[in-house]
Design a protein around this ligand. Structure first.
Ligand code: UDX
Length: 436
């Protein structure tokens, strides 16, 4: 199958490389010449485990090509995936579709024959209809159709998620589009990944509903964590106790500093906008957004309490800045409001992140960047685990106690247990764990 992927961001590059790995003939298009040059040279524009090797091996085998020329890239394609960014529009939270529509206009003129145009970008309900309208208006070849195939890739595990999905959702209105998508995903289908054919609008909404539900699970357990602290219960055990119920499931029940990233914050807001427009308020999702914003803003208070009630003149070490481990992505990371509030309260902040420094530095003016965890801890009154990178899971606690000025370990990801930490001479404050 000849496939073109427009956009080499997270979703486009991972999906393009994985589809090439299935044996399809994939051309990735991006307007950003520097990015394409970098990828050609073997440097990935994002940090994602396994991606570099996958891109290289498929490029070498001639199945994966890169170009900045959209017209050339789509001319002979049987399927064109649109995987350009849909950021939250500044000011109103609506998904910004200008990149999507610009790509559609351009490709409509460049197609030599009918193709299936597939949106992978997360787009509001009804976007497929608008794309179909633009294609017709711009004179796309007769028989060109539009499908929706939302992605459910987690950063840091995107390749595994693509190759072993829980399900593939395809929204299509005609038989040919269904056949083309079935052919594209045949390798996964053979592995028994459920392929769900639904209406296009249903597929578009499914993506938002999935992310909103997961965001809700996180906000739910975060509020339960606060209650655990107040009543002397342990949120880890509560999460396990409810998660073993098959109706609930154990995933996305880790209490922490609030969700961040490129999807949950943006997609929940966009869903609320769609709901507002449709006149069907989504009160649960709206509360989830509020709860999460308030939670991120409240994390600095925990640190302030751990250092005795005032941040003035205190030195705070932060471990992990990216919104989750195994990515260099800083978008909407809880570390940003945390570091800002600590500095606003009068503290000096030193931080270490295994891969996120380059992305983090411009976002966190005033923060000192350390070369490793122990350097970030040196002289600190409190050390805060913000992101649960594996390398923070087995720190030498004795060494930390020695280099720190104070004793507070604030573990916002619950990766340590109190007894071990206290044995090393540090004090411990987790999230939702009994009295601390
Ligand atoms: C998410 C979705 O999981 C994926 O399907 C989608 O389409 C893109 O958005 P991603 O943003 O990469 O993926 O990360 P995810 O692992 O879902 O985590 C999102 C945020 O929630 C992170 O900040 C993470 O730390 C937080 N989180 C996640 C929790 O606080 N607790 C949890 O139990 C799980």
């Amino acid at each position: 199958m000849r496939i073109t992927m427009i956009g080499t961001g997270y979703v486009g590059l991972v999906s393009g490389a994985c589809l090439a790995d299935f044996g399809h003939d994939v051309t990735c298009v991006d307007k950003d010449a520097r990015k394409i040059e970098l990828i050609h040279g073997g440097t990935m524009p994002i940090w994602e485990p396994g991606l570099e090797g996958l891109v290289k091996s498929n490029e070498t085998r001639g199945r994966l090509k890169f170009t900045i020329d959209l017209a050339e890239g789509v001319a002979d394609a049987e399927a064109v995936f649109i995987a350009v960014g849909t950021p939250a529009r500044r000011g109103d939270g609506h998904a910004d579709l200008s990149f999507v529509f610009a790509a559609v206009k351009e490709l409509a003129k460049a197609l030599k024959g009918p193709a299936v145009i597939v949106t992978k970008s997360t787009v509001p309900v009804g976007t497929g209809d608008e794309i179909a309208r633009i294609l017709a208006e711009e004179g796309a070849p007769e028989g060109t159709s539009v499908a929706s195939n939302p992605e459910f890739l987690r950063e840091g595990a995107a390749i595994a998620d693509f190759k072993h999905p829980d399900r593939i959702v395809v929204g299509a209105e005609d038989e040919r589009a269904r056949q083309v998508l079935a052919e594209i995903y045949r390798p996964l289908f053979l592995n028994k990944a459920p392929l769900l054919f639904v209406e296009r609008r249903t597929a578009e909404l499914t993506k938002y509903a999935a992310n909103a539900f997961l965001a809700m699970k996180i906000s739910f357990i975060n509020e339960i964590a606060d209650l655990c602290e107040a009543v002397g219960a342990d949120v880890q055990d509560v999460a396990r106790g409810i998660g073993l119920d098959n109706r609930i499931g154990p995933k996305f029940l880790h209490a922490g500093p609030g969700y961040g990233g490129s999807c949950f914050p943006k997609d929940t807001l966009a869903l609320l906008k769609t709901a507002e427009k449709a006149g069907v308020p989504q009160r649960i999702v709206s509360t989830v957004v509020e709860v999460n914003d308030a939670r991120k803003a409240a994390m600095a208070d925990r640190v302030r309490d751990a250092v005795g009630g005032s941040l003035t003149g205190k030195r705070i070490g932060l471990l992990g800045l990216t919104f989750k481990p195994n990515t260099d992505d800083m978008r909407d990371s809880p570390s940003i409001p945390l570091a800002q509030a600590l500095m606003a309260g009068g503290a000096v902040v030193a931080a270490f992140d295994p891969v996120g420094r380059e992305q983090a530095e411009p976002l966190l003016p005033g923060v000192e960047f350390a070369g490793n965890a122990y350097e970030a801890a040196t002289g600190a009154d409190a050390l805060v685990i913000v992101t649960e990178w594996d390398e923070f899971r087995a720190l030498d606690l004795g060494r930390l106690a020695m280099v720190m000025n104070g004793t507070a370990l604030v573990d916002l990801r619950n990766i340590y247990d109190r007894v071990t930490v206290e044995r090393a001479g540090l004090s411990y404050r987790g999230v939702g764990r009994g009295a601390g």
